[in-house]
Design a binder for this molecule. Structure first.
Ligand code: SF4
Length: 373
């Protein structure tokens, strides 16, 4: 199983973000207390299975002080001891990459950093509400390398308002001077509940044309491949096989336990999700009650999840599983799958059905065509 902890605090709210987090750390102490209570109450959830990976995300986990992160890690080790060498990722923002923090995170056992850079254009960073500058990102990456972290991922975002393809390619060039093992490249979406959603509704958001962003994604992908990265998942590139082990386990439908407000958990047959409201999360755990909702997965749900997760990766899905959905499909599944191969969106390899890079660009459509009810 894998462990995920959601830290629901950020310095400020980025305008595109729909993740559950608060632009304030006022409830930090009460949250840490509730999180420790949740760790204690959830120990039976996945039986005696040992965690294989840990991922602390959010929100902005690096916004917590080093002693606060140490407290969380100590709690996790008490209840869910992580074997030596297990992948242990901390999400961090560039402004938190100080030499002291980097030393403390290493001492806590974090052996992988995932850094939200998004772009190295200061005007765009400001326009989208990021709390760091391009210089902070570059200095931060130098410090990360000097501190000896070998497994380092950065997030980039394409299609941000005011961004240009030329700037993105210049960003890639600058980043190529750092020993990164992993890069996630996302195309901007307007998330429900985000500032951009409100700006779009008010006609105050101008985004680059979708076709321009799609073609930029393909150019970025080519550049990264020339730098030795493998495009192993729709949005993810890894060098020297440094695939995200934690996220790969999601894509392989392996069980996971999520702690913190809005975190999801999966035990192989059902899914749970914690309430996305910190006040209710804290009040409920104060009374010793886990604040979650639960859904039993049907065979159709599991098939749809298999489609949506396995086809995201370069390993694809087993042809024999894919062509025999458990429920009625909109059209003949085998014919449908063959049509993707015929128009270059997929290929077969050793009994596996794998989407091509072009297929990934149409993945939303492909998934919805393959889903069963
Ligand atoms: S993108 Fe990250 S840093 Fe920005 S508001 Fe969302 S969770 Fe916080």
């Amino acid at each position: 199983m894998s462990l995920y902890v959601h830290i629901p605090f950020c310095r400020s709210k980025c305008h595109y973000c729909g993740f559950y987090s608060l632009a304030s750390s006022a409830r930090k102490e009460a949250f840490l207390h509730a999180l420790e209570k949740e760790m204690e109450l959830r120990t039976a959830y996945l039986g005696q299975t040992v965690p294989k990976t840990l991922y602390i995300g959010g929100g902005t986990p690096s916004f917590l002080s080093a002693p606060e992160l140490e407290r969380i890690v100590a709690g996790l080790h008490r209840h869910y001891p992580l074997p030596a060498g297990a992948e242990s990722t901390l999400e961090a923002n560039p402004e938190d990459l100080t030499p002291a923090n980097l030393r403390a995170w290493n001492a806590c056992g974090f052996n992988r950093l995932s850094i939200g850079i998004q772009t190295l254009d200061d005007a765009v960073l400001k326009r989208v509400g990021r709390s760091h500058s391009a210089a902070q990102a570059l200095i931060g990456l130098e410090r990360v390398a000097a501190a000896g972290y070998e497994n380092v991922s950065v997030d980039l975002m394409l299609g941000l308002p005011g961004s240009t393809p030329a700037q993105t390619l210049a960003d890639l060039e600058l980043l190529s001077h750092f020993p990164l093992s992993h890069i996630s490249v996302y195309m901007l979406g307007v998330d429900p509940g985000s500032v951009f959603e409100r700006q779009q509704a008010a006609g105050k958001l101008t985004l680059p044309a979708e076709q321009e962003t799609v073609s930029l994604f393909l150019t970025v992908s080519e550049q990264l491949k020339q730098q030795g990265f493998e495009h192993y998942e729709i949005s993810n590139f890894a060098r020297h096989r440094a695939y995200s082990r934690h996220n790969s386990r999601y894509w392989q439908q392996k069980p996971y336990l999520g702690l913190g407000p809005s975190a999801h958990s999966y035990d192989g047959t059902s899914r749970q999700w914690n309430i996305s409201r910190i006040e209710t999360y804290i009040a409920s755990l104060d009374k010793g009650i886990l604040p979650f909702e639960r859904e039993e997965l049907t065979l159709s749900d599991k098939y749809n999840e298999y489609v949506m997760t396995s086809l995201r990766t370069m390993w694809g899905a087993e042809w024999d599983l894919l062509r025999k959905p458990p429920g009625p499909a909109a059209s003949d599944p085998e014919k449908q799958l063959m049509s993707y191969i015929e128009n270059g969106w997929a290929r077969m390899e050793a009994g596996r059905f794998i989407l091509t890079e072009t297929g990934w660009l149409f993945s939303d459509r492909i998934f919805s065509e393959l889903f069963v009810v």
